[in-house]
Each structure stands twice: as structure tokens, then as C-alpha cells.
Write a protein of this length. Structure first.
Length: 504
């Protein structure tokens, strides 16, 4: 094993990461927006190799609001902390307010979401329990799309049990007063060396920088400094993350880089405290591409799982629905393979509107292929199932039952402005009702669709350029559906086997 690591350490859309150390273990969570389950929980022993160990949020509330996809809403920019022998996660729902949950162990059980501060546009909250004074605090940012306000941070005193705020709040950093600063957001709150510290980015996710603020008192006044920016690297807008210290006292900073359809990939930066008491991130304020590993015990290579054999019909932790799931969408059984019910929907023509799409993150590696075998078990005319790349535009390849009972391989797509999908290629017969489906993802998230219906893999249609939603990277998805009204009942099923993502 080399003594160096290469960024990104998480090469997929783990947006708005925050990190905490408990003993010899490091834990990370990230935004999950409108997908369910939410609040992913990742574990590492060396800050380089990470595995997904679960999720903290089983369903999004209120349930009626998330019965349909709300891709850019839901869980924004969580903060993860460990206090009083419990794990705590605070996050902002831009349409509802600031929520809090907690648990005795990282795998739970987690409490039900508690609405700590109600209001529109309240985002990116972070708590601090001050061990020196016993006081507790909360800082948050603002989403202009909901509140008409941005570029400022509001601070509160908080009850130490995390259930209530003790004042009306005060703007503690107004970046409109700082020349050149805009879109200040994503604050993370710490105590160090007698100072209150806020690490917060500004300047926009694709073009901005990481700032640090310090004050002797929580409510200010704060002085600021840019501590990480692109400079002459290819890491645009190094942005919004968390500081963590190893048991031996090394300091590290995890943040994201916005990479279009791939979403927000996670980088690890060395960090030290300069002679003037300010943090120095990366290579004198520039992101590193390769660096010596943290001084921690060597760990075997690891990454969040992608492949799945679906044992007993169960899907792995890497999968999330595009809305709150309903019973019966996926059926457990005695063999292997994911058996998805063909859910009837009046929105069968537009995957972006469907809650019953099972998704995982698009791989950020330079070239990768996603592959799965599909059998369409439904005899219902119009029933279909497939493998999709899903974003503001989408494309999918799969099988559809014709009115005459035959099964065809179909490939369809929709542009961002289109309200209905269109054929991306002429349909062809799938004689035995099965197909091996493949999407090859090349640099720029350019996707080539292929399928094997018994005569070898053949390309289908034009290359499709994956697109993100506004804040969410493109997703890979598996689905089964049928036209009609959901109230008419289900229309059979489809079975997916041997899902794989490989480098090509």
C-alpha cells in the first residue's frame, strides 16, 4: 500500500459532507435531499477508505409532502456531532425549518425528527456544545429562494438538550459587509484555542472558496479569512465541509467539489494551524491532488458498495427511493434478484415524476459501466422495466410488453424541457423476455446505452449526456411500472439480477 492518497476520497455525490471522530472511528454524513432513506452514515478508520454503514432517516416528513419526488428539497447540509454519549444530526429543510435527531450509536436507533426552529429558508445548521462553559449554540445560513435572504449567518443560544432555542437569534456574520463575499453558507461551528470558529464557504458551489471566521465571543464580532481556494489547481470551488482531528493530533478537512452530473465529490485536505493562529488548509491554501496519508493505522482499500446480487430480494444500503416508499414495491423471496412491482402510474411517461425508482449515485470514475440483467415477468400490455440515468434530463433502456403479448427492447429519453419521453432508438424484439442492460459512462458523464437480447451486446441510440438536478448529481435507477391509475392495483413484476459497476 502506498503512503499517499489521491483525491477525491469519495468519488460520487456525497454532497455537503460533515465529519466527526469518536475514539478511533470517523463518521461522515451528507445531504440526501428528497431520497429515502435519508442521511447516509459512512465510517472510516483512516479518513481515506470509507464504507456506508446505514442511514439515520427512514422516511421524510411530513409524509404527504414526500409521497412524490421532490428531488432538490428535503435534507440539506447536515451537521454530525457527538455529545453526551450520543450522536447528533442537525439539518435544514428549506421549506420547513431546522430538524434534529440523535442516537446512542451510529447505527441507531435514531429519534424521530424534532423541529427545532420552524421557518422558510433556514438551512445548513450546526450546533456547538461548549465544554468550557456548559453553554450550547446553533448557527445557520439562509436560502434566498425561500426567505429572500442570503449571505449571512444567524446564531442562537440553544438549550443543552438540543430541543429548543433560547433566544430570537442574531445575525453574527453579515457577508454583505465583507467586500467581494457573496452566498455565504454551510457554516460549521467549533471552539479552538480560546476562539469561536466558523468554517463556511462563499462564492457559489462551482466557483467559490472556503472561509474561516473567528471571534472571542459567539455573537461576534468575527474576523474572516479565505483558507482554501482553487488557485492554479483543477479543483473548482473547494467548498463546505468539516474539520476533524485524529487521536495523535493531526488536523484534516473534508470538503466537496461540484462536478456537474457527477454531483459533489469529497476531497480530503491536510490542515495545520499557522503561527498567527489561523488554519492553513491544503498546500498553503490550494487543494491537494495527492498527499501523504493521515498518520493512522493502515486500512484495506474500501469504498461505499455499488454492486448488488439482491439476496432474498433485498437491496443494499446504497439504494434509495426517489420519494417515501410504499409497501409492496420490492418483494422479498427465497432466491436472489430484485423483484420490483410494476406500479401503475399516470406519470409512466416521465421517470422524473415517479416515486418508485430505486436509485444510487452515478460513479465519478473517469470511465465506468453499470450493468444489470432484467426479466419482465408482467403480462400486462404496456408494462415496462429498465435501467436509467436520471436527472433533469433522463434516458433509460429496458423491456416493454406489447399489446400482442410480445416483449420488446426499448430505449427512451427526455430533454430537460420535455414533459414526455421519446424513443431514442427503434424497438426490437426480446424473444425470451430478458435482456442484459448496460450503460457505459465516459468523461463528461456521456452515457452510451447497450443491450443484449440474445445476440450479444449492441449499442442503442445516441450518446446521452447526463445532467444533474439543481443541487443533486445524476442517478442510476432501476424501475418497473405500467400506465394507468395507481388505484387500479399493480401489474405484475420485473426481476433484476447481478447489478455491477465496473471500471472500463
Amino acid at each position: 500500500m502506498t503512503d499517499e492518497y489521491t483525491n477525491p476520497v469519495l468519488n460520487a455525490d456525497w454532497s455537503d459532507p460533515d465529519v466527526v471522530r469518536v475514539g478511533d472511528d470517523f463518521y461522515l454524513t451528507a445531504s440526501s435531499f428528497g431520497r429515502v432513506p435519508g442521511l447516509p452514515l459512512l465510517h472510516s478508520r483512516d479518513l481515506v477508505n470509507w464504507t456506508l454503514v446505514g442511514h439515520a432517516l427512514d422516511r421524510l416528513e411530513p409524509a404527504r409532502e414526500f409521497a412524490r419526488p421532490r428531488h432538490d428539497c428535503g435534507v440539506w447540509a447536515p451537521s454530525l456531532r457527538h455529545h453526551d454519549d450520543r450522536f447528533w444530526i442537525f439539518w435544514g429543510d428549506p421549506d420547513q425549518g431546522i430538524f434534529q435527531i440523535n442516537a446512542p450509536e451510529i447505527r441507531g436507533p435514531w429519534t424521530k425528527p424534532h423541529l427545532l426552529k420552524e421557518g422558510k429558508g433556514l438551512i445548513d445548521p450546526c450546533p456547538l456544545w461548549d465544554d468550557e462553559t456548559g453553554e450550547a449554540y446553533l448557527v445557520h445560513a439562509w436560502a434566498k429562494s425561500r426567505s429572500g435572504v442570503k449571505n449571512r449567518l444567524t446564531g442562537h443560544r440553544m438549550h443543552p438538550d438540543g430541543t429548543s432555542l433560547l433566544d430570537e437569534g442574531k445575525v453574527i456574520v453579515d457577508a454583505d459587509r465583507i467586500p467581494g463575499w457573496f452566498t455565504l453558507e454551510g457554516p460549521k461551528l467549533y471552539r479552538h484555542d480560546g476562539w469561536f470558529w466558523i468554517f463556511a464557504p462563499a462564492g457559489g458551489v462551482e466557483t467559490g472558496w472556503q472561509g474561516a471566521f473567528r471571534s472571542r465571543g459567539f455573537f461576534g464580532p468575527y474576523e474572516e479569512r479565505v483558507v482554501l481556494e482553487q488557485k492554479d489547481t483543477d479543483v473548482n470551488g473547494p467548498h463546505q465541509g468539516g474539520w476533524v482531528r485524529t487521536p495523535s493530533g493531526e488536523d484534516w478537512f473534508l470538503h466537496f467539489q461540484q462536478r456537474g452530473a457527477y454531483g459533489r465529490v469529497v476531497h480530503l485536505q491536510p490542515m495545520r494551524w499557522g503561527a498567527d493562529g489561523w488554519p492553513v488548509l491544503g498546500d498553503d491554501g490550494a487543494p491537494v491532488a495527492v498527499h501523504k496519508r493521515p498518520g493512522l493505522p493502515p486500512q484495506p482499500p474500501a469504498a461505499p458498495a455499488t454492486d448488488d446480487d439482491f439476496p432474498g430480494g433485498r437491496y443494499g444500503r446504497q439504494w434509495q427511493w426517489t420519494a417515501n416508499p410504499r409497501d409492496g414495491w420490492a418483494t422479498q423471496h427465497s432466491g436472489d434478484g430484485l423483484r420490483l412491482t410494476c406500479v401503475r402510474s399516470a406519470d409512466a411517461h416521465d421517470l422524473r415524476r415517479l416515486p418508485n425508482v430505486l436509485t444510487q449515485r452515478l460513479p465519478g470514475t473517469p470511465a465506468a459501466a453499470a450493468e444489470v440483467t432484467l426479466r419482465l415477468d408482467s403480462g400486462e400490455p404496456g408494462a415496462r422495466a429498465g435501467l436509467a440515468v436520471l436527472g433533469d434530463a433522463f434516458s433509460w433502456i429496458g423491456l416493454q410488453r406489447g399489446a400482442d403479448g410480445t416483449v420488446h427492447l426499448v430505449h427512451r429519453y427526455a430533454e430537460p424541457v420535455a414533459e414526455h419521453e421519446r424513443d431514442a432508438e427503434h424497438a426490437r424484439l426480446a424473444p425470451d423476455g430478458t435482456a442484459r442492460l448496460r450503460i457505459e459512462i465516459r468523461p463528461g458523464a456521456r452515457c452510451r446505452f447497450l443491450a443484449d437480447t440474445g445476440d450479444g451486446l449492441r449499442p442503442s441510440g445516441q450518446v446521452f449526456a447526463a445532467t444533474p438536478w439543481r443541487w443533486v448529481g445524476a442517478l442510476l435507477g432501476l424501475f418497473a411500472l405500467a400506465p394507468g391509475d395507481d388505484g387500479q392495483g399493480h401489474a405484475g413484476a420485473a426481476t433484476f439480477t447481478q447489478f455491477r459497476i465496473t471500471a472500463i
